[in-house]
Design a protein around this ligand. Structure first.
Ligand code: SAM
Length: 234
């Protein structure tokens, strides 16, 4: 492994995330180790890529803290070959982590799954595409511009759906886009704080549980906070 201050910091963070119980499985640890978070944060904040904190990515939005990314990824319980939808592309980092799990680098392409990720702010989607290209994930992740609160019916159904913005309720169309046996992780609550929910579509109906209090930026759009305006930072 190449030695650099950032890779030393990454290893230190991995130890901390394991000790704190956020990082539990080999597949998520492997993905976290392989995906270069520094390629997804703004140039001037690269030195903070492995600090456990969210960072601004422009347009009033954030790349989530590593602890929340690995925790949500563990809850999603995705595996090789699955079709995944992420709502809220932001920087593209979470999508790359998911891609490394469903389509691992080095695995035969015939076994690869795929990640579709949808972002409502066009400029962020374009930036995320460039980040994913640089980091080597554009062959496993498709970035779409649109209102992800409605999901992305064109590629449905999905084995897994992850929402990385705060929703007032579990968005109904997303439940309908899960396979039977599928699972979704979504922060649900008001604009101040939310609870992370795990929603499963089972043959007998929908089962959901709340697991952790969190704070996310709002999910906009038809099934999110309809009238919420994003403040336009650069
Ligand atoms: N997962 C991202 C990452 O790895 O960088 C962080 C996501 S950030 C916390 C939430 C993102 O959701 C923002 O980029 C925001 O523009 C986006 N968003 C909000 N409402 C949306 C909607 N209805 N459809 C798609 N994206 C939305």
């Amino acid at each position: 492994m190449e030695y650099s201050p950032l890779s030393a910091e990454k290893e230190r963070l991995i130890r901390l995330l394991k000790e704190a119980g956020f990082l539990r499985s080999e597949s998520v640890e492997r993905a976290f180790r392989l995906v270069p978070r520094e390629e997804f944060v703004p140039e001037d904040l690269r030195s903070l890529a492995y600090a456990d904190r969210p960072l601004p990515i422009g347009f009033g939005q954030t790349i989530s803290a590593p602890s929340i990314v690995v925790y949500m990824t563990e809850l999603l319980d995705a595996s090789r070959g699955m079709k995944v939808l992420e709502v809220g592309t932001g920087s593209g980092y979470q999508a790359a982590v998911l891609a490394e799990i469903v389509a691992p680098t080095g695995a035969p392409r015939t076994e690869w799954g795929h990640v579709w990720t949808i972002e409502i702010i066009e400029e962020l989607a374009e930036r995320a595409k460039r980040n994913l290209e640089r980091a080597g994930y554009s062959d496993r992740v498709t970035v779409i511009v649109g209102d992800g609160s409605k999901g992305y019916p064109r590629e449905a159904p999905y084995h897994r759906i992850m929402v990385t913005a705060a929703s007032p309720d579990v968005p109904r169309p997303l439940v309908g886009q899960l396979v039977v046996g599928g699972r979704m992780v979504v922060p649900v609550g008001d604009l101040v704080s939310q609870t992370l929910m795990v929603v499963e579509r089972r043959p007998e109906g929908i089962k959901s549980k709340s697991v952790l209090d969190v704070v996310f930026v709002p999910l906009r759009g038809e099934y999110g906070w309809k009238n919420y305006e994003t403040r336009m930072f650069t």
